[in-house]
Design a protein around this ligand. Structure first.
Ligand code: ZN
Ligand code: ZN
Length: 674
């Protein structure tokens, strides 16, 4: 009578085993069989309570006169476990004993099929149902919408005899989530004008999401009015969706206004508002709000930290980043989260590779982003050998590198002049690691070859590239041509660059320098003229340094720094002292910046020199100096800083647009190769 396999029994709890043993000895009389069925029913319900679905379904075989409660218990459990096969068996059983399941059981079955992704089964049940209620329609519409079968959802939605909040929310958010926000917005309009619809917070949120996704501020404002009128403005979820809508529509001040009025803000709301400021470049306000968050008693989460740290990384705000780090340590954070990799990234970008390395070692299982940040950090901070060593350990760890990792690896090879090794790595990207080449990989390998003067190999790779070379690639070629005096290729590279970005002064300056070195003065004049014709304006050089949490920015010829006289005196004094040590101003690079450089001979200096002199003045002797520059540093400044590091006994780190230079005792970590 009981067809349970022996091994199944051991899975079943003892109370059930007792039932089996009593029932197996039962007699055949009708009365007794009814009694045993009752016991089976009890057993099924008990098993359901203990979430033992397969065993409970198995017992259904013994039931011929089921009750509604068996089915509801079983279906509830099926829904909980998203179990499609047991659901089918329950449904079949009801059919086999001619039991008519109620509407709510049918709805549940449809719901299970939808949640398991079996929409065909769901539809079949829906079509077979003897009668349906609003919920039956809603469940299927929502099932279609969530699965992205938005047309099917809409068909069904249009056929609905009546609709409620749930129906509208399902269809609108389906449209928004699957990339049809305009259709969603259209329905919002219909819904808002339909007096029969009483919006609840979910409908309102889906409508707000539609206007946010379409950046339709007018509907957004209409919904805002609706919220106020219907008194929904006490709900934090609605407020946060409203603030999000204003933020996405670009009305940041409105978003902030809503944010300020939200009474019980959680950390998600705070983080969203802070990120909105960053996204729109309003950094100051973002940082201010972050410090407000710290004071509010809310605990920032990993998303908050990562957002702030990335911003610090972008602007090289190391001391703020350090403060955040300190705070994270105090309140504790998940060391294997992306907040940890954001920390590493921040320290690397700020040139503090030692601390980056320490954080990395402290993470029990660093993720690929952390590895990649550190590899890139070492490559850019003048320790390419460390970068390559780290890459080898990454391979040993079993984590697969991605295309960004290889950008770090290739630039490490470039910075250390390991050309053959670099080529080997380049080919391994595709052949050993099965990754697809990106335009960045090509730019890196061309940089590597051009710097070492291996132009024919470079050209060979360029012609075989599947995509169009970008400006970075051509700029590398041009820079290589400058080092090795390859006029022919330089002209072609410049030609390509003039097409991609005719407004970039650097191309004109580099090309005219190459002509000047070759003594081709007519061409120098032609390029100068071309610059005028194309109205090319040179990007002004800008350097900055952070001292005691304040950033000081220097531009050539800018007289706003109150200590400018002292700075100039110091620079003159330094110039005298380093000349005694063998420094010769690089006059052959005067053409790097014709007019500007002449000024330098007299009273003005390139911005990095001003920043360094200022830092020497205001920081204690022997302490580290760190300067950032928006352009590539010139040869003369590079030589100058090398000498200065020696005569003032300071370690000076300069990050220009191409890499970090670490000057110490008369040498630079780039080995004059940048
Ligand atoms: Zn310079
Ligand atoms: Zn250097």
């Amino acid at each position: 009578m009981i067809s349970i396999k022996p091994h199944f029994r051991s899975l079943i709890n003892p109370s059930y085993q007792r039932i089996i043993s009593t029932s197996s000895s039962s007699s055949k009389t009708f009365f007794k069989s009814h009694k045993t069925e009752h016991k089976h029913e009890e057993a099924i319900i008990n098993l359901c309570k203990q979430s033992q679905l397969p065993e409970a379904v198995q017992l259904l075989n013994n039931i011929t006169h089921p009750s509604q409660s068996i089915y509801s218990n079983l279906l509830n459990l099926c829904l909980q476990q998203k179990a499609i096969e047991p659901t089918k068996r329950v449904h079949l059983h009801a059919k086999s004993v001619n039991y008519s399941l109620g509407v709510s059981s049918y709805n549940r079955i449809i719901d299970i099929y939808c949640k398991c992704g079996s929409l065909v089964d769901a539809r079949k049940v829906f079509d077979e149902m003897p009668e349906r209620d609003l919920c039956s329609w809603n469940v299927l519409v929502s099932g279609y919408a969530k699965a992205g079968r938005i047309n099917d959802a809409r068909h069904l939605f249009d056929e609905m005899p009546e609709r409620d909040n749930f129906s509208w929310t399902a269809i609108i958010s389906g449209y928004v989530r699957h990339g049809f926000p305009n259709e969603g917005l259209q329905l919002c309009r219909v819904m808002l004008r339909d007096c029969n619809v009483k919006c609840n917070k979910f409908t309102i949120c889906s409508a707000l999401a539609a206007s946010a996704a379409t950046q339709c501020l007018s509907i957004g404002k209409e919904i805002h009015g609706h919220i106020v009128r219907t008194g929904m403005d006490s709900d934090a979820v609605v407020w946060s969706a409203l603030s999000d809508m204003y933020g996405k529509c670009g009305s940041l001040d409105e978003a902030r206004h809503i944010f300020d009025k939200t009474s019980d803000k959680d950390v998600v709301t705070w983080t969203a508002m802070i990120d909105r400021y960053f996204k729109h470049g309003r950094k100051e306000e973002g940082f201010l709000l972050f410090s407000k968050l710290l004071k509010s008693g809310n605990k920032p989460n990993e998303f908050t930290f990562a957002g702030i740290l990335n911003e610090c990384a972008l602007d090289n705000l190391e001391s703020l980043g350090k403060q955040v780090h300190g705070y994270m340590t105090r309140i504790g954070f998940n060391e294997s989260s992306f907040a940890a990799s954001a920390l590493i990234h921040m320290y690397c970008r700020c040139g503090n590779i030692e601390v980056a390395d320490r954080v990395f070692k402290w993470i029990p299982k660093p993720d690929l982003a952390s590895w990649t940040s550190l590899i890139n950090g070492y490559a850019q901070n003048g320790q390419p050998e460390e970068a390559l060593k780290l890459f080898e350990s990454l391979l040993e760890s079993g984590i697969k590198p991605d295309h960004i990792t290889f950008v770090g690896v290739l630039s490490a090879c470039t910075h250390s002049g390991l050309v053959d090794k670099g080529i080997e790595y380049f080919y391994s990207i595709k052949h050993k690691h099965g990754l697809v080449y990106t335009v960045d990989h090509y730019a890196c390998v061309i940089d590597l070859l051009s710097r070492s003067g291996r132009f024919s190999e470079a050209e060979d790779i360029i012609t075989k590239m599947p995509m169009k070379p970008d400006k970075f690639l051509w700029a590398s070629v041009l820079a290589g041509c400058k080092i090795h005096g390859n006029l022919d290729l330089a002209e072609r590279a410049a030609e390509a660059l003039f097409k991609i970005e005719p407004e970039n002064a650097a191309t004109y300056v580099t090309l005219s320098n190459i002509y000047a070195t070759a003594g081709k003065w007519a061409d120098v004049a032609r390029i100068r003229n071309l610059m005028d014709v194309n109205k090319v304006v040179k990007k002004p050089g800008r350097s900055w340094t952070e001292i005691k949490r304040k950033v000081y920015t220097f531009l050539m010829g800018d007289t706003s720094n109150p200590r400018l006289n002292e700075i100039h005196e110091l620079l003159e004094d330094l110039q005298k002292r380093i000349k005694e040590n063998g420094y010769i101003p690089k006059t052959d690079y005067v053409l790097h910046d014709v007019e500007d450089e002449q000024k330098e001979q007299n009273l003005s200096y390139h911005s990095e020199k001003l920043a360094i002199a200022f830092a020497i003045l205001v920081t204690p002797p022997g302490s580290l100096i760190k300067v950032f520059k928006n352009l590539r540093t010139c040869v003369d400044c590079h030589t100058f800083i090398k000498y200065v590091s020696k005569v003032v006994s300071r370690k000076i780190i300069v990050r220009d647009s191409s890499r970090f230079h670490c000057f110490e005792d008369g040498r630079c970590s780039c080995n004059d190769y940048w």
